[in-house]
Design a protein around this ligand. Structure first.
Ligand code: TPP
Ligand code: SF4
Ligand code: MG
Length: 318
């Protein structure tokens, strides 16, 4: 992993709003990166961990969408799943626990030429990072957020997470959890996310399809990806795995993804529920709103560089 400081360092000092056309994310003239060229250290996950398949599919996405090193930005918080950026040979950051989204928002707002991918766990997203999840969704910051939900804290060796089912026995709930788990899809819709999907690591084609759709969405795209922790919660998702006697039912073709209430009702069904895109809407992104505010203000003081406008503001505050 290269440290994230590099993409920021490439920003011209005066370019608060860069009006030059944004170069395309994909470069059709260059050879796609192979898995070998984009994989870094050997992943340190336990053998059989669901996170391996999510990483492999991210590499596939990079290859399919012809992204190159300078355009790949992978951000995460802390957790087993959040080790993700270490294993990607490109720009990225393994940031503070629960704070991946604010960091990623800054990258997204300042570098419109990149697509920011954020990966992390259910604890990182909904426990310590719960507020950031809600507010990043509400603000509709353009990025793709894949939560690798194993319904447990894996890295810290088996504590109850906000998605652990009732009765789950862990180090923090020796007699079984008595707290009702959250429903990540319902929570994302209610918070204002403009793309909300659900998938499972056991269905690679489906994971890739959801990642591609999320990446093409202009706004905050959230994917709940079931990813089994074979060490502390083995078998958690057998009910959603046809190879283990479960069922993987996709979102019905009749479902209207623009209907927020229909999406909410669909997400409210009993385990294992459905898999696919529940909700998608076009709303102005924070990226667009902020760019406009800045451009409007710059137009009022023609001829001044961005840093000179900032300096004037500081001078006024003296
Ligand atoms: C501020 C802070 N509090 C607590 C921790 C300890 N901690 C590290 S990862 C983690 C939970 C990780 O769970 P999850 O996000 O579900 O990731 P997983 O390991 O299951 O993939 C906790 C509590 C920390 N690193 N920083
Ligand atoms: S503890 Fe669980 S989540 Fe962490 S690497 Fe092992 S199997 Fe994966
Ligand atoms: Mg977890």
């Amino acid at each position: 992993m290269n440290h994230i400081a590099f993409p920021f360092a490439t920003l011209p000092r005066t370019a608060i709003v860069d009006t030059t056309p944004v170069p395309p994310l994909q470069d059709a003239d260059r050879k796609p990166l192979t898995k070998k060229e984009v994989s870094a250290d050997h992943p340190t996950w336990c053998p059989g961990c669901g996170d391996f398949s999510v990483l492999a599919l991210y590499f596939k996405l990079i290859e399919r969408r012809r992204m190159h090193h300078e355009k790949i930005t992978t951000v995460a918080g802390i957790g087993c799943s959040s080790r993700f950026p270490y294993f990607v040979q490109a720009h990225g950051a393994h940031f503070i626990h629960g704070r991946a989204l604010p960091f990623a928002s800054g990258v997204s707002l300042s570098r419109p030429d990149l697509h920011v991918f954020v990966f992390g766990g259910d604890g990182d997203a909904f426990s310590i990072g719960g507020n950031h999840f809600t507010h990043t969704a509400r603000k509709n910051v353009k990025l793709t957020y894949v939560v690798m939900d194993n319904q447990v804290y894996g890295l810290t060796k088996n504590q109850t997470s906000p998605t652990s089912p009732l009765g789950y026995k862990s180090k923090t709930d020796a007699w079984g959890s008595g707290d009702r788990p959250i429903n990540p899809v319902k929570q994302a819709i209610a918070a204002g996310a403009t793309f909300v999907a659900r998938t499972s690591h056991t269905n690679p084609n489906h994971v890739l399809e959801m990642m591609e759709k999320a990446m093409d969405h202009d706004g905050f795209a959230f994917i709940q990806c079931l990813s089994e922790c074979v060490e502390f919660f083995p078998g958690a998702f057998d009910g959603a795995n046809p190879r283990k006697g479960g069922k993987f039912e996709t979102v019905p073709s009749t479902h209207d993804v623009t209907d927020e209430y229909a999406a909410y009702r669909l997400a409210d069904q009993d385990w294992p529920g459905h898999f696919g895109v529940f909700y998608q809407a076009q709303r102005p992104t924070k990226n667009q709103n902020e760019a406009k505010i800045i451009a409007d203000h710059q137009a009022k003081v023609p001829g001044l560089e961005s840093w000179q406008i900032l300096q004037k503001n500081f001078d006024r505050m003296k």
